[in-house]
Write a protein that binds this ligand. Structure first.
Ligand SMILES: [Fe+2]
Ligand SMILES: [Fe+2]
Length: 130
């Protein structure tokens, strides 16, 4: 992971404007955490973490509803992946008093940004076709 900010790009688009907007917001949150690297700004780290937890729950729920409405055949598998991600975010949250911005970022990157590029991208065709 470099030090430059993550950039939203068309290759991250999943063919649904609201989901794309929400994903962009997750990228923004990751970039916000990145600006805290090397600091021990607890209040700022905590605030970013709270938002990440809340927003991830909100986004997953919304996305699952979109996929249900689109009759996405991979819905159940996708829900399981969301559950796993939520669990790993929760695990880290349990240590929020000592978590560093670098740890938070790497979890965000692995479970959220990679999830968009690897898993969410799979429903692009079905959503784009609607
Ligand atoms: Fe997503
Ligand atoms: Fe997802």
């Amino acid at each position: 992971m470099g030090t430059s900010a993550l950039q939203w790009s068309d290759e991250m688009s999943v063919g649904h404007p609201v989901l794309d907007e929400q994903h962009q917001l997750l990228v923004d949150l990751a970039n916000r955490v990145k600006t805290l690297f090397g600091t021990d700004a607890r209040a700022a780290i905590d605030a970013a973490f709270e938002e990440i937890v809340k927003y991830t729950i909100h986004h997953f729920k919304f996305e699952e509803n979109v996929l249900r409405a689109a009759k996405y055949p991979g819905l159940n598998g996708h829900k399981k992946i969301h559950k796993k991600i939520s669990d790993s975010v929760d695990d880290l949250y349990a240590h929020r008093d000592t978590v560093t911005p670098e740890q938070l970022y790497s979890t965000l990157y692995d479970v959220i940004i990679k999830h968009i590029l690897v898993d969410d991208i799979k429903f692009k065709d079905i959503l784009s076709a609607r």
